[in-house]
Design a protein around this ligand. Structure first.
Ligand SMILES: C[S@@+](CC[C@H](N)C(=O)[O-])C[C@H]1O[C@@H](n2cnc3c(N)ncnc32)[C@H](O)[C@@H]1O
Length: 381
């Protein structure tokens, strides 16, 4: 057993078999031994898995356009606060700013990541302002209304370990965060739903799965969402994702919005698939092993259950990533890239190569069997 597994084994010795969410949380986020503390990260070269922002700058450019659209819809506030939750290496923030959105002068871009190691990356990649970040002192205008003392000072970029509390409408955006939040696992047996917990084998040398009767509220939830699940079916119970959505909606405040992009499905669909199909592990750009093996050394992730999130609040928008990117102008950006490449191909300078890269990036981002099939969910708060 590695040191994290030993720590988990000790807890099992004290408390009995642990729910999978507790084990997953430690495996990913233990401050010294967890996957994200020991070098686990998204990325093309050194990363363990690739995400849309890490494909290249095109995804951030489209998001920048969406931020501009929402800024206009909100009446061009200054400051305009965008909170990116689960910001990873900071690549989305970098590429959004690189695209020079019209809202930049008003922008307060807050990166939030639970991993201290990845927050260090934010400082490397971006010019950060230390928190608590100045939304700035306010002054009273002629009508006695509070106005910011300074406008047009953006972009101000801040990195935090958790969601802030703010008193204004906010756009909260999260790419591939929810799939990484810890969940419990239930299994349908012949007679009932049971919970998959993590115990230790008789020789006390290996962590192993243990089935225990599932708690009533979980059985009720899953029986309602996956009534026809056959014996042997497994499903996740994603309470932590629901709690995060509640906090994000509260932060967004009336007039704001929450946007989550992820691989997603409905609970009944997952019940019909083999568990290894929706509960996956990744390491070094490849699939990892069993989720309770190599704890702390591989990413653990699951498809996000849209119907479980909808119990917190039904999303106003549910669409594929491909359609969302198209509705926010990816085709025009790619066309632009194609034009520049045609004009400058003979020179083959950096601008020409960047322009050409848009074409291959768009193919990856729109791929109907890959990133393009991800789901974009939007809630208006
Ligand atoms: C799969 S990575 C995605 C990173 C980035 N959004 C991207 O698309 O490349 C998930 C990230 O969420 C972070 N994370 C997990 N739980 C979090 C939480 N409760 N609040 C903020 N960040 C969290 C992890 O540390 C990790 O960096």
């Amino acid at each position: 057993m590695n040191p994290l597994e030993e720590l988990i084994a000790k807890r099992v010795g004290r408390f009995g078999p642990l729910p999978f969410d507790q084990v997953m949380d430690l495996a990913l986020y233990h401050p010294e031994l967890g996957f994200y503390a020991t070098g686990g990260r998204p990325g093309r070269r050194e990363g363990d898995f690739i995400t849309s922002p890490e494909v290249g700058p095109l995804f951030g450019a489209v998001v920048a356009g969406a931020l501009d659209r929402w800024w206009e819809e909100m009446g061009r506030p200054d400051p305009y606060v965008v909170v990116e939750a689960g910001a990873g290496t900071g690549m989305l923030a970098r590429t959004v700013l690189l695209a020079e959105p019209a809202c930049a002068k008003a922008l307060r871009y807050v990166l939030v990541d639970r991993s201290a190691a990845l927050r260090v990356e934010h400082g490397r990649a971006l010019d950060l302002t230390p928190p608590p970040f100045g939304l700035g002192p306010s002054v009273l205008d002629a009508d006695g209304l509070e106005r910011p003392a300074r406008v047009g000072v953006g972009p101000v970029v801040v990195s935090l370990g958790e969601l802030p509390s703010l008193d204004r409408p906010v756009v909260v955006i999260a790419n591939e965060l929810l799939d990484n939040l810890a969940f419990r696992v239930l299994e349908r047996t012949e007679r009932r739903w049971q919970e998959v917990r993590v115990g230790i084998d008789a020789d006390e040398v290996r962590l192993t799965e243990v089935l225990v009767p599932a708690e009533d509220d979980q059985v009720q939830l899953i029986a309602a969402l996956a009534p026809g699940a056959p014996p042997g079916a497994r499903v996740p119970v994603q309470d932590e994702a629901g709690r995060w959505l509640r906090r994000a909606l509260h932060l967004a405040a009336p007039g704001g919005r929450v946007v989550a992009i992820d691989y997603a499905a409905r609970t009944a669909e997952l019940a019909a698939r083999p568990v290894g199909d929706w509960l996956r592990t990744y390491v070094g750009q490849g699939r990892g092993g069993d989720p309770i093996e190599r704890l702390g050394q591989q990413d653990i992730t699951a498809d996000v259950c849209i119907d479980q999130l909808a119990r917190v609040r039904a999303p106003a928008v549910e669409t594929s990533q491909a359609d969302w990117l198209r509705s926010h102008g990816i085709d025009a950006l790619v066309e632009d890239g194609r034009r520049v490449w045609t004009e400058r191909a003979a020179v083959a300078d950096l601008e020409a190569l960047r322009a050409r890269s848009r074409i291959s990036e768009s193919e990856a981002l729109l791929d109907p069997t890959g990133l393009g099939a991800f789901t974009v969910l939007e809630w208006t708060a």
